[in-house]
Design a protein around this ligand. Sequence first.
Ligand SMILES: [Zn+2]
Length: 479
Amino acid sequence: MSPVARTLAMVIATLTVMRNAEAPIAPCAAAIARDGLGVCCGTCGAALDPRAVGLRVGPPGAPWAKLARRGDPPAPAATHEVLTRHYHFTAVTTRPEFEALAAVLEPAWDAFAVELGAAPALAQDEWLRVYYFQDEPSWRAKVLTDCGHCPKAGGYYFPPTKTAYLYRQPTVYFTRVLLIHELLHQFHFLARTQNRKPTADWYAEGFAEHLSHHFWDGERLVLGVVPLASFENYATQARTKVATETFDLAAMIEGRVASTRPEQWALVRYLATREDTGARDAWTRLRRAMDDGAAAGAAFNRAIGSARELQPKLRAWLDATQEPWQPLWNEWEGIGDGRLRGISPGAVSACRVREPARAIAAAIEVPSAGDWAGGLLLSYVSGDDYTLGLVCADARVRVLRRLAGAWHALADRRVAPAKATPATRRVEARRDGPRVVFLVDGTEIGTFELPGESLGLAIQHCELRFKDASWTPLATPTR
Ligand SMILES: [Zn+2]
């Protein structure tokens, strides 16, 4: 098919086909949290990770009654399809989720091509096939039909049909991670391994995990990052595993012991990003050998060296490579350096700096339309003892303490309306002993006596983006 015909087909197919309407779903955080906790790819039929983290949602009560806005009514699920330049994507879900996932496909292809230095050779009338489902039973039924078997997993790339299958994961972020993960297997196998699975799980899966951890702001996709804030938090899971006395990196590499996604992610990320002299060339040599089907132990020794000597370095690297933020309630994700997005259609939600903090600052990217409320988490001791400093769309600012199951207003005032378009609201807080001062666009809202050592970001009943987020650790002396 010519480029023009391909583009035309893409445009025509973008007019989504609706069929097989299914029962609507409730796209709220609580509904997603009740879904399964599948977190593992099934290229090898691996079992689910039993340590999958459950989700929590913010308190249902609305501290700001005026903003007690629920999310839009759930969109009905249907079968949506699109042909992009390289993908034929079918998703049985809501239109918003379908469109959000479809938008990632071509940026992922482009990023894979840069990372792997090659791309699958597609015939003129060939697109890579990808299926997405809302739940495990729908996914399983399709995989069984197409493949004749189905692993216990969250996604599956089946080489004989060159097709990737996956279903919704517990968070928006991890669903996108899994999509990129399965796309990566497909791309990697077709571009580099003659569509054969490499001999070692830690390599095939670790490579997919490393690249699928990403920043995505809706336009720009950056692969291979340490997430700013994720519930899955592979970095901490891997650090815990690698720190155990029985952890044996050589045995993991040689396949003598089973390994799970977090330490597979950690090993590949460490090898791919370390800055020692010759490390980049060593990683390239190892990749080439593994892609050619080499046995992992011998290939590792030739390209990298002694796993025994590397193990303490991997552990030290993990100590220094932790996610800087921690979601307290669903949903938060890093979308770029210093940029975070919170989604909470029906509740308060917050994330905090993972370490004790003395000061925090961020700029709210004011939405061009709609109601919103967002700002800072000024204290956090527990799910029933925390404080929010919220700016609202109408320039009202409130400081609210949640304690013993009730909201307490500590401040309520107006500030000057946001200027310019696109507008931002700069929010800052500084802790000095038991006192926390809160400022909006440089205007001091007040100083409050608040317990704990946590500072973070907060939203209520909206989706909101923050940029230029920064903090000062509590351990840093005051200047
Ligand atoms: Zn996988």
